[in-house]
Design a protein around this ligand. Structure first.
Ligand SMILES: O=C(O)c1cc(=O)[nH]c(=O)n1[C@@H]1O[C@H](COP(=O)(O)O)[C@@H](O)[C@H]1O
Length: 276
């Protein structure tokens, strides 16, 4: 899925919502545990209920890997279900990979060729050769961690070099020499608030994947205020806040209601900032 197609979907749906499929076997409604593949049954119901309100899905691989082979199969089945039934949705494997070039090329093959997702989250720590193999796929995206949503983001990401440039700014600056706004996005946590203005100073036109609204308490209002561009330039993720809105038989309807609420807010923001 290319940049124009993502923007078209955002405008069409009045939404820049990404639903996080962080599906935890210990948190899904009990009645689903009788299903032959409970994780897939949960994901399928969540997808069918929330698809009108979002433009992307982001399964985090940890939730699937924790279940071994069965989890990986459920993830693969989920991606296939999205591909076959919702081809207008952007699919992000949140895997946070990155290794020496030779190994990264196998991660890229696993996620882009084998699983067929549109994008993968990548950690920048090992540098250019660890990121490049993911960029060698036409029509696929790297989403590089830049300024994360967690408290530990302050341990390294704000450290400055001799010129006073912070590490996250160096990541943003340097990585834009490796890729373009057509194949490279950055992760910036919703909890970083006004720091979005600093991010936009260095990366004015890149799409940002923004986790941290909902369960982590980030403000959608602030993200848009400091981070939105004339093309939107944002994909805002919420996982737990949507998919665990109810633990009962009505879990899918409750998820849809949460997604719709966020979509309604996003439509207002898109209109306020002149995107639609
Ligand atoms: O790369 C990510 O998606 C990510 C980066 C980051 O800085 N913070 C962050 O929360 N995430 C992921 O985004 C999702 C957030 O989930 P909720 O807090 O439940 O909405 C999880 O899958 C996290 O692993």
């Amino acid at each position: 899925m290319n940049r124009e197609q993502i923007i078209e979907q955002i405008k069409k749906k009045g939404s820049f919502l990404c639903v996080g499929l962080d599906t935890d076997i210990k948190k899904i409604p009990e009645h689903l545990l009788n299903e032959e593949d409970p994780i897939f049954a949960f994901n399928k119901a969540i997808i069918d209920a929330t698809a009108p309100y979002c433009v992307a899905y982001k399964p985090n691989t940890a939730f699937y890997e924790s279940l071994g082979v069965d989890g990986w199969k459920a993830l693969d089945r989920t991606v296939r279900y999205l591909r076959e039934n919702y081809s207008d949705q952007f699919i992000i494997a949140d895997a946070k990979r990155g290794d020496i070039g030779n190994t990264s090329s196998l991660y890229a093959r696993a996620f882009f060729e084998n699983m067929g997702v549109d994008a993968i989250t990548v950690a920048p720590y090992m540098g250019f050769d660890s990121v490049k193999p993911f960029m060698e796929y036409d029509g696929k995206w790297v989403i590089l961690l830049a300024l994360t949503s967690n408290p530990g983001s302050h341990d390294f990401q704000f450290r400055t070099d001799m010129t006073g440039t912070r590490l996250f700014e160096q990541v943003l600056e340097t990585a834009q020499k490796w890729g373009t706004p057509d194949n490279l996005m950055f992760v910036v946590g919703a909890t970083q608030g006004a720091m979005f203005a600093e991010v936009r100073r260095v990366a004015p036109s890149s799409f940002l994947l923004v986790p941290g609204v909902g369960a982590q308490g980030g403000s959608l209002e602030d993200v848009a205020k400091w981070g939105i561009t004339h093309e939107c330039g944002l994909l805002v993720n919420s996982s737990r806040g949507i998919i665990y809105a109810s633990k009962g038989e009505d879990f899918a309807e409750a998820a849809a209601a949460e997604a719709r609420k966020l979509r309604d807010h996003m439509t207002i923001l898109l209109s306020t900032y002149g995107v639609i």
